[in-house]
Design a protein around this ligand. Structure first.
Ligand code: ADP
Length: 498
């Protein structure tokens, strides 16, 4: 564990570390280091090549100057008169007047360095560095005697005027070059270029990094706003393929997430409404039961009234029982654990059974209940118990809502790819504005009459779930005052494929 002191010391290093983890800093440094490496390589290459090149140049100049001086002396010797030839042949005479001016001339114009003429195995005949005027001019131009250029000597035969040759040595040394000055200039220029390239690469790097990290920063802000609850924000297009891909992925994720949140929210609201509805629905029969019980306990109640209270109490208890069964079914449907027992069978059979079961209720209500089924079996795969439940809800409603003297028709038709079941009644019908709502939970119509008040508003919701679990559809059409028609379509393929 580092002590607080060391931690404090390490802090700036940590900040520095995180600085190098930044993409834009890395980009700038990478670009700058690439430029530096390129410049370093070219600088090293130049510093290796240039000095050699200058030395070679100077050496060649020294060689050429030595040869040219020899040729000059040869041509001078050929034109000498007898006296001067004799002088030339005699080293002891030093030949000062004869060779020195030529040596000087060669030093000034040919060699730009010191020219030395020597008799082979004999004394030096002439030595001439460039004259003061020449050397001044050369120095002004940045030239200086270069000790690194090796002296160059050639042996040359010079006609001695007696038909033979004598050997003279022509040496050129201390050649003036601008090697050092040029190298200094080149190094200075390289250094300046390095600085300029570094500055340019830093500037370019910063701009490029901004271009790249700017969109990333915007993307980060967008996701931050999304995380803070702004579910509508989406990443824009930046014109950088990789960043746009990322943004698009973010948008897809955001779409899915907001959709899930929306569904969750809707679910939560539905659940809240459902619980409120359930408690509201339970309150009515419980309050009625309490009233009947209290009246019988406390009041002076006659026998006929007592019977009526007991009948009504039974009705309310039946309603509570019906509601609790339906609620249980609905919670199973919601939880996805509604047990289905799908088998092939003749759909006419449960239809007949339901109509049969309701005939007594229809008779009591003075409503005629008719059944129309095909002569041939309507073979389908279905859950018999659920189909009975579905039909009971539809037929039960039709009988319940139809007034005395009216009629209810249950009609089953085989359409080949589907079986169509219609429950028509001549009851009061359903107002147009209620039609989209009748399959909602706890919906009991806008004008709640006596028949409606006795319901729970759950029957059609369960009916729809049962139909959907068979892969079918359920719909309703109605004209106010002329009755209602519920149509259930159960597909054959889907059911058979199960
Ligand atoms: P309930 O148990 O109250 O009947 P349902 O879900 O079965 O609940 O029906 C919901 C509402 O739809 C009923 O309260 C009623 O207003 C309307 N409804 C259903 N069937 C019919 C029908 N055959 N004729 C007129 N109205 C109907």
């Amino acid at each position: 564990m580092p002590s607080p002191r060391t931690e404090a010391l390490l802090q700036p290093l940590g900040d520095l570390g995180s600085l190098f983890e930044r993409l834009n800093v890395r980009l700038v440094l990478t670009l700058a280091s690439v430029v530096m490496v390129a410049l370093l390589v070219s600088g090293v290459a130049l510093s290796q090549i240039l000095p050699g090149y200058f030395l070679d140049e100077a050496e060649r100049r020294a060689e050429t100057a030595a040869i040219s001086t020899a040729i000059l002396i040869q041509s001078v010797a050929e034109q000498l008169d007898i006296t001067n030839r004799a002088i030339l042949r005699t080293p002891e005479l030093r030949n000062t007047q004869l060779l020195q001016p030529r040596a000087q001339q060669a030093a000034n114009s040919l060699a730009q360095g010191t020219v030395e003429i020597q008799y082979e195995n004999g004394p030096i005949a002439a030595v001439a560095p460039p004259g003061p005027a020449v050397s001044d001019r050369l120095r002004q131009q940045g030239f200086a005697p270069d000790p690194q250029v090796p002296a160059h000597t050639i042996r040359a035969p010079i006609p001695d005027g007696l038909g033979g040759n004598m050997i003279l040595l022509f040496t050129v040394r201390d050649v003036y070059t601008n090697r050092v000055a040029t190298l200094q200039r080149v190094n200075g220029t390289l250094f300046g270029a390095t600085l300029a390239a570094l500055a340019v690469s830093l500037a370019v790097g910063i701009i490029a990094a901004r271009r790249l990290t700017g969109p990333l920063a915007r993307l980060r802000r967008v996701s931050g706003r999304f995380a803070a609850g702004e579910l509508d924000v989406r990443a824009p297009q930046f014109g950088i393929v990789e960043v746009d891909d990322l943004g698009q992925q973010f948008n897809v994720m955001a779409d899915r997430l907001s959709e899930s949140l929306r569904l969750l929210e809707a679910d939560r609201n539905r659940l809240r409404e459902f619980v409120a509805d359930v408690s509201h629905e339970l309150r009515t029969p419980i309050a009625a039961l309490r009233t009947f019980t209290e009246l019988q306990r406390d009041g002076e109640v006659g026998e006929s009234q007592r019977r009526e209270f007991l009948d009504r109490s039974t009705q309310q208890i039946n309603r509570l029982e019906w509601m609790s069964t339906n609620l249980l079914d609905l919670s199973r449907i919601d939880a996805g654990i509604f047990p289905m027992d799908v088998r092939p069978g003749d759909l006419r059979e449960p239809v007949r059974a339901v109509v049969e079961a309701h005939s007594e209720q229809a008779d009591a209500a003075g409503v005629s209940l008719a059944l129309q089924v095909p002569a041939e079996p309507v073979m389908l795969r279905f859950d018999r118990e659920r189909v009975v439940q579905l039909l009971s809800n539809l037929v039960g409603n039709a009988v319940k809502f139809t007034q005395r003297g009216g009629e209810v028709v249950v009609d089953l038709v085989d359409r080949g790819d589907e079986a169509v079941l219609e429950v028509r009644d001549s009851g009061p019908g359903i107002p147009e504005q209620d039609l989209p709502l009748v399959f909602d939970r706890f919906f009991r119509g806008t004008n709640v009459g006596e028949a409606r008040a006795s319901g729970s508003g759950l029957g059609l919701a369960i009916a729809r779930s049962i139909v959907e679990m068979h892969g079918g559809t359920i719909g309703v059409s109605s004209l106010l005052g002329r009755g209602a028609t519920f149509t259930v379509r159960l597909p054959r393929e889907r059911a058979e494929g199960q």
